[in-house]
Design a protein around this ligand. Structure first.
Ligand code: HEM
Ligand code: HEM
Length: 159
């Protein structure tokens, strides 16, 4: 059994990373477009629109990733067996859950019930905490030069 993620899983992982950076980048424009004392600029309106559609795209991609994860889970690595593997699983599933919840609450806040924006913002704090743990762990594996990062990179042979 291969210990690598498939090319589609790898492409989706990095596409979602880029879209999350875009979400963070565009989010500030939204309150400006809602401010009754400010005339929204074209750039703010475009960023608001981008945030909504990119966020919905993240929701769809997360559903696809979870389905792929059930269909094709890469083999385990000897070096991460034990508590590290369990911790990684918790963070990965936490990321899937918070990102799905954020796409959902963002949609509800924008089109159905504005107060859901408070929940949307609160979930972002949890997502950011999980991303920090995840990226710190990835950097730790890069520093150790072990096989973990290669699992999520294209064109590298399976570890
Ligand atoms: C996983 C996908 C998403 C991420 C990571 C994300 C991220 C963010 C972030 C970081 C903020 C600013 C939070 C803050 O100021 O503390 C925000 C605000 C907002 N987002 Fe999203 N978002 C996502 C999906 C969506 C979707 C799908 C919609 C609408 C269709 C949406 C609508 C909004 C709105 C309306 C606000 C402004 C809330 C306010 O300031 O009152 N978001 N989002
Ligand atoms: C917005 C930021 C990120 C999010 C939301 C995210 C999310 C995820 C998720 C959910 C998984 C689990 C995949 C699965 O098993 O289904 C994963 C795996 C992985 N990610 Fe990220 N990721 C992010 C950024 C990064 C960065 C910046 C790196 C590298 C520096 C990275 C490296 C990896 C690696 C190596 C794996 C495979 C771990 C393993 O084999 O157990 N990720 N990521």
């Amino acid at each position: 059994m291969t210990r690598k993620y498939s090319n589609l899983q790898i492409a989706l992982h990095w596409a979602v990373v880029l879209l999350i950076v875009a979400q963070w980048w565009t989010a500030d424009a939204i309150p400006r477009t809602h401010n009754p004392f400010l005339r929204p600029t074209m750039a703010d309106l475009l960023q608001h629109k981008f945030h909504n559609y990119s966020g919905m795209t993240i929701g769809v991609l997360i559903a696809l990733r979870v389905a792929l994860r059930f269909l094709r889970k890469p083999g385990r690595l000897q070096i991460t067996k034990g508590w590290r593997e369990r911790a990684a699983e918790c963070v990965h599933w936490g990321l899937y859950a918070t990102l799905a919840a954020q796409a959902f609450t963002g949609f509800v806040a924008s089109y159905m019930w504005a107060p859901a924006a408070g929940i949307h913002k609160a979930i972002w704090l949890v997502t950011m905490t999980l991303i920090s743990i995840h990226v710190s762990a990835a950097i730790w594996h890069i520093a150790r030069r072990d096989a973990v990062l290669a699992r999520m990179l294209p064109c590298k042979r399976a570890p």
